[in-house]
Write a protein that binds this ligand. Sequence first.
Ligand code: CA
Length: 420
Amino acid sequence: MPLLKSWINSANDPEGSFPLNNLPYGVFSTEGTEPRCGTAIGTMILDLAALEEEGILAAAEDPVLDVPFWNDFMELGPEVWAAYRTKLQALLAEGTGMDVRAALEPHLVPAAQADLHLPFLVSEYTDFYAGRHHAENVGTMFRGAENALPPNWLSIPIGYNGRASSIVVSGTPVRRPWGQIKAPDETLPRFAPSARFDIELELGAVVGQASDDPMTVAEADAMIFGYVLLNDWSARDIQAWEYQPLGPFQAKATATTISPWIVTRAALEPFRIATPERERPLLPYLAEPGPMLYDIDLAVTLAPEGQTATTIARTNYSEMYYSAAQQLAHHTISGCPMNVGDLLGSGTISGPTRDSRGSLLELSWGGKEPLTLAGGASRSFIEDGDTLTLSGAAHGDGYRIGFGDCTGQLIPAHADIYGR
Ligand code: CA
């Protein structure tokens, strides 16, 4: 599919993130106004709540976009999602009549003047562990090379139930957590700020439909509204001590940052790509009816406070072993109810090479091989004041489907957690 041209010139920039092919959904506000639903187009945000209020473009009879979340719109279902997107694209397409342009222009806000908020109410949050290179790297460090992949890994999309309350929007500072830590050479645990605080580069799937029934992979795919970048901040020293036998708990509870725009499944459709060949046949309920991953280039930068950013990793979402549709289908087979606004983290996305690893734990190999940054500083894990930024884009013919940055600065731990 080529670039779809818009009468908004900045949307036709081949290096831009938000062409007419994209139209991601977010929640924005400007000074003195309430947060409301909008879409990014070029360097502008179109106020979709205002379009709904004025009767220019509505998804349903009752308003669903005058609220600071997309959940009510998602509830309307895939047919409404598709019809709304078609009409929205028509309004913004090159050649649209001057009367339509005149009606829309008062509702375009420069993105630089807007604050972005969480785009949806996060109902529940589940995080998976579906990147093979990541699982092998971490497994090797935690359990040794011979036990790197858990015996179930090639059969089950492994996950754990996280905390919806931990989800924050890009730009929110993240405070270094305290916790129980016991290094391998220590006999007893200590209570201290995490000294091995890390990121995980992931993609988050936003579930747009509710269900109490087991779903096929195809049905699960149709329930996914869109995707966001997701940083699963992780305290490795806390994790290493607490994780057996029930998996991560406090190590992952501090914060999980997501990018502010939901890139719709529709926008990503041209970039579908198959999961890798199965080393062990999957049970039939996990069979995919077609390509279920996406070709999305991903990168991570690290900027020490007041310094320029260094790109520390580049990889691609197609490195995953399980797709979000497979993960969601697996999630439903127990009868676990899924809700509109559920968020599924993909698991850390690492590629096969050293510079394609999606966490500092892997990039510095547990701190044994520190990274050297552009300014000469060295890093094994995140230092106070560092800003970590995930970025992502699918590359089409003369256009990019960008996600917008997923960024967060680490602020120091409380000086004394019991001092108040
Ligand atoms: Ca994770």
